[in-house]
Design a protein around this ligand. Structure first.
Ligand code: ADP
Length: 362
């Protein structure tokens, strides 16, 4: 059965406010969560998978480490009890969702999560993301209804977290069939994938991933940072002159290997705020209590200076790693040193002060 808000309210009502510990899975974008918690004076607990402890120990990330064989073991009753006993609040991020699993986060993990545990599922399902974008009037790539309808450059995607492996670009039904064959030959796709292809217009532009924080305490959406991703092999591939690219016959992949910070031209910021505000507003109605805490909209900016959104993260995105000590945007609001992780800690601090912890966790 799905864990209710009342269940979590009960748990948090028993927490000792002076003992609150900020905790997350040691992976993905946890380093600034730990550092941010430290900066705001909280105790920190890292759930570490054995063999993956090096960065967290070397960066002295936590006051307490819970070692598990695999991250999903955080669900074990004994570990959950330990977390509740230390008055732990979990900061969710991509690895938390991927390794612990949506079903079990919704039904078995009775530890307060800062943010909305029920919206995590939405980012993973294209139809739900589309619903959110449509409700929020955010432009998304035009969907093409089947290979036979391809009449312009298209990006063809397949379900599952493949890091873009098997994705391809084509501009005709024949091109689709040809590339499909190629990918099947490589073992990256199977003939059954054909029916699962998601085809959308290819948006020629520049990637901007925008990092927002929505505070239920102030009811305000803050724009805290922006990043671009480094993706292998596409970013390497485009460094080869076009002629050599043709000869090499390599297929592009979009596996994120890192991120770098970026600022948008100032006249684009109005659009960036508008998208964040509208998405938070519709999410509150569609998946109550909404997009609490960090969320991210991944976009392409076209030469018409328009953002076209192709994905969201309904929790802290990996690109927040680009501002562990603040971004140009977080500087404008907070001065030095405001990472997304620290912003979470600040929210918890404010909620404790206003006696409103129940309003920020699920
Ligand atoms: P995944 O989540 O599987 O990694 P994404 O939807 O993030 O896949 O797409 C991977 C990459 O492909 C993006 O970072 C971007 O570079 C590119 N991309 C995605 N959608 C489009 C599109 N409609 N037009 C152009 N490029 C796109």
């Amino acid at each position: 059965m799905v864990i209710s808000k009342e269940d979590i309210n009960q748990v948090i009502s028993k927490y000792k406010k002076k003992k609150i510990t900020i905790c997350t899975i040691a992976s993905h974008s946890s380093l600034h969560v730990f550092r941010g918690a430290y900066d705001e004076g909280f105790r920190r607990c890292a759930v570490v998978a054995k063999g993956r402890e090096v960065p967290y120990q070397r960066f002295k990330s936590a006051d307490e480490y819970i070692f598990v064989d695999k991250f999903a073991d955080v669900l074990e009753e004994e570990t959950q009890k330990k977390l509740r006993d230390m008055s732990a609040i979990i900061v969710p991020h991509g690895s938390f969702v991927a390794y612990v699993g949506l079903d079990r986060i919704e039904s078995d993990f009775r530890v307060p999560i800062i943010g909305n545990r029920n919206i995590l599922r939405w980012e993973a399902e294209r139809e739900r993301v589309t619903k959110l974008f449509e409700a929020a009037n955010i432009r998304k790539p035009l969907k093409i209804n089947g290979p036979d309808k391809i009449d312009r450059p298209c990006m063809v995607k397949f379900p599952g977290a493949r890091g873009g492996r098997g994705y391809f670009v084509t501009d005709s039904p024949a091109g689709f069939d040809e590339k499909m064959k190629l990918m099947i030959g490589k073992g990256w796709l199977t003939p059954e994938d054909r029916a699962k292809a998601h085809i959308e217009e290819y948006v020629a532009g520049d990637i901007y991933c925008m990092h927002y924080f929505y505070s239920p305490l102030t009811k305000e959406v803050e724009l805290l940072g922006m990043d671009r991703r480094h993706e292998a092999n596409i970013d390497g591939l485009v460094r080869i002159p076009a002629k050599d690219q043709m000869e090499a016959g390599l297929q592009p992949t979009y596996v994120v290997t890192g991120n770098f910070p970026i600022v948008a031209r100032e006249s684009l910021l109005d659009q960036a705020f508008g998208m964040g505000d509208r998405l938070a507003e519709v999410a509150e109605k569609m998946v109550a209590p909404g997009l609490l805490g960090a969320f991210c909209i991944q976009t392409m900016c076209t030469d018409n200076l328009e953002f076209v959104a192709f994905e969201i993260s309904a929790r802290q995105d990996g690109g927040t790693n680009t501002f562990m000590n603040g971004s140009p945007y977080s500087y404008l609001l907070y001065g030095e040193g405001m990472s997304m992780g620290r912003r979470y800690a600040l929210e918890i601090k404010r909620a404790i002060k206003e006696d409103r912890l129940e309003d920020i966790v699920t």
